[in-house]
Design a protein around this ligand. Structure first.
Ligand SMILES: Nc1ncnc2c1ncn2[C@@H]1O[C@@H]2COP(=O)(O)O[C@H]2[C@H]1O
Length: 316
């Protein structure tokens, strides 16, 4: 049998103001068309873009489904949403797709579900497609509260999901460990460094997943680097820079038994903030910073990639 793997398809790659390309990562076991969507800042727009790059071509659309490929993927391939926090750049795609979406569970920590229910699916900002909140609750989306550190099977998929809370500038965000076939991928919503946030949630997360890393079961981490290294800490607003990404990966390595434990790990960088400034795109500076910071930090064994909409990545 083939080695177990995961396929990560980037439906939305950026942070900030680039509507149409905001955090959304479709994740599924390799060779399995049953996926979860981690955040949904962009959904349909990202599927259409991924359809154009060919990143959805390995998904078998049944003859006679009567649906476009992106339409089929939205309604049949994506079996559940995992939402890290309810900021608009992480949920806008879900909200606007909801009228034509299929029924699905939404997995999140309780605070995020409370925000979705109170402030989005409330008949004022949007019709209530949730299964609680202002009546009548249409019940298309089933809110499924996760308990930190406890793995839950995602129905109709081969995956389990485990959540841990993250600090994001005063808002609770979430890291999701997605596991299947003895391997896993970690999707991290927006977060700032413990030292800047004044907490210890990254440290707690790394301690919890260290055994997964030490055993080389963890194949990829999706983590944000919103700003390049010129950004001062007091202007991070709950976000990371390449220097902070490298520092926190070193913390993970320390918990997992040394830098060697990260060898072969793929780190996919998301949420790079779009910039209005003329000149090279911000991801160019971030790429340069990452190469330098990773080398300085002894992270030569890590494969860093910057997310781009329509990218399909297989890790195994
Ligand atoms: N105190 C602040 N001053 C200015 N902008 C902020 C402040 N806090 C948050 N933001 C911005 O608001 C954005 C909300 O989404 P993000 O967390 O991606 O990134 C955040 C920052 O760009």
């Amino acid at each position: 049998a083939a080695r177990p793997g995961f396929v990560v398809t980037v439906l939305g790659a950026r942070g900030g103001m680039l509507d149409g390309n905001l955090s959304a990562y479709m994740i599924r076991p390799a060779g399995d068309d049953r996926a979860v969507l981690c955040d949904a800042g962009t959904a349909m727009g990202g599927l259409v873009a991924a359809g154009r790059t060919g990143a959805l071509d390995d998904i078998a659309v049944p003859r006679g489904s009567g649906l476009t490929r992106p339409g089929y993927v939205l309604t049949h391939t994506i079996r559940a949403y995992l939402i890290s926090h309810a900021h608009l750049d992480h949920v806008a795609g879900l909200v606007v797709a909801s009228p034509d979406d299929s029924a699905k569970p939404i997995y999140a920590l309780p605070a995020t579900l409370d925000d979705l229910s109170a402030h989005l699916f409330n008949w004022r900002i949007w019709p209530n497609f949730g299964d609680r909140g202002p009546p009548p609750a249409l019940g298309k989306y089933h809110y499924r509260a996760l308990t930190p550190g406890r793995a839950e099977p995602v129905p109709d998929t081969a995956m389990t999901v485990t959540a841990w809370p993250l600090d994001h500038g005063g808002v609770e965000s979430t890291a999701f460990l997605i596991a299947a076939n003895g391997i896993s991928v970690l999707y991290m919503g927006d977060t700032g460094p413990d030292a800047v946030e004044g907490g210890h949630r990254l440290d707690d997360l790394w301690r919890a997943i260290a055994p997964e890393v030490a055993a080389h079961r963890l194949k990829a981490i999706v983590i944000e680097a919103s700003y390049d290294d010129t950004r001062p800490d007091r202007m991070l607003f709950g976000h990371m820079t390449p220097t902070w990404v490298a520092a926190t990966l070193r913390d993970l390595a320390r918990q997992a038994g040394g830098l060697e434990s990260l060898r072969g790990l793929t780190v996919l960088i998301g949420h790079v903030k779009y910039s209005l400034a003329a000149g090279p795109a911000p991801q160019e500076a971030i790429r340069r910073d990452l190469v330098r910071d990773a080398a300085r930090s002894g992270l030569g064994g890590v494969r860093f990639l910057i997310a781009e909409q329509g990218l399909r990545l297989t890790v195994d």
